[in-house]
Design a protein around this ligand. Structure first.
Ligand SMILES: [Zn+2]
Length: 98
């Protein structure tokens, strides 16, 4: 059983107070249920970040996470949030102001 991924941390939405789990995507380092590595044969460059697509994560539905993007897991959803946007929207539970 491999529940819980060590890469995932808990964050709170600054506006709604909702708790989410999220991890910064790094190919080969980030193990998130439902997010797959793009196969090595897909060696195109990403239109967003210019890096090879094989360094990306593929979410259910096909959305790609660029290296350094945050993947935010809700109850039944996984979304990609750009660095910067993520820090503005979410606060890490550990180390925040209590
Ligand atoms: Zn990209």
């Amino acid at each position: 059983m491999s529940r819980g991924s060590p890469a995932l941390k808990t964050f709170t939405d600054r506006q709604t107070g909702a708790a989410v789990r999220a991890a910064k995507w790094r190919a080969g380092k980030t193990d998130i249920p439902g997010v797959e590595l793009v196969p090595l044969k897909e060696n195109d460059r990403c239109r967003d970040c210019g890096q090879y697509v094989m360094l990306h994560g593929r979410l259910p539905g096909g959305r790609l996470a660029c290296p350094g993007d945050w993947i935010v897991l809700g109850e039944k959803t996984a979304t990609v949030v750009r660095p910067g946007d993520f820090e503005a929207k979410y606060e890490e539970d550990d180390g925040g102001i209590l």
